[in-house]
Design a protein around this ligand. Sequence first.
Ligand code: FES
Length: 363
Amino acid sequence: MNTIMTTALVLSVTAIFFALVLTLSNRYIANYGKVKVTINKQSPYVVDGGLTLVEALQESGITVPTTCGGRGTCGLCKVKVINGAEGLLAVEKATLGNDVLAEGYRLACQLKVTGDITVELPDATLAVDKYDCIVDKCLTVSGNTRLIRLLLPENNSFQFTPGQHIQFFAPVYPENDTEVIRNYSIASGSVDKRVIELMVRKNSEGKCSTYIHDYLREGDGVAISGPYGKFTYEEDDMPLLLIAVDAGIAALYAMLNHIEETGSRRKVTLLYFGTTEKDLFQEELFQPFDGLNVTITQKMTLSSEVNEFGIIDDEFEATFERLVQENESLEIYICGRKETAGELRKFILKQGVPVDRVHYQQI
Ligand code: FES
């Protein structure tokens, strides 16, 4: 018995040792030389072999979205590879699933470029740019939310549609020794093309939100890239129902700003659900919309669940039924935590609202 256990132990240690040697040699010794990255059949960029596809695209001036910081879990960095991709990794299978993989997509943060590669990128990704901004203002707007106003350098302009988001690059700071990148919805309207406002909810575990809440000061320089996302406001006269949960408020606040800036008389109902008292906003945040046809309700749910103790309770159902009765048609935008936004969407679709009138974003 002892001999079997000793043999198993020796084999495991040997396997771990060789895996480690392989990883280190791949990283530090392997020399893949220069490789070509061809994007959308254009002239190729030449980069160092051995980079991940995210890094190779960055070298080519293209930023792909991410929220997981390259851990392979968010799936946002997926890129369609036409040829030149290495074998699949288990993490790609787990995150993308077989259907997406069958279409040729790979996780750019995981795929190592060891030879020439050809990829296809959507126009929206190619339109993304990186900007160095100055922090113009930092305001506390709720017990745990900070609104920061970023100013682009003169002669720069940032085009986006309300509902979209940016990536924020938080630098190294005393409690964190690597750069972190996080997505934040843009909260400002889109008329002033030099200003980008973000509403950042503090997450005690969050390295980027900790940086923004505890370290960022007016006058600091920060980098962002964008715009990203398909959750976008559509111009129309149809009455609007906006449903936001916690940090989901930012994208919908951008839509309210846009309505105010464009002088729209569109009828809007905003239902905002915050998990705790700290999530409820100061009234001043909504004052700019006082003269508009906008009704705003804030409610504390005390739970992150969508059930009778959370959002979809008798009161919510009655409000929703009244809105459907009062308005012949209704366009609905939902933005909130993953499960919450999904459950709200399911509930609304069950009530017979056409699927193309329900836009939703999980954050
Ligand atoms: S960056 Fe998140 S999966 Fe690649």
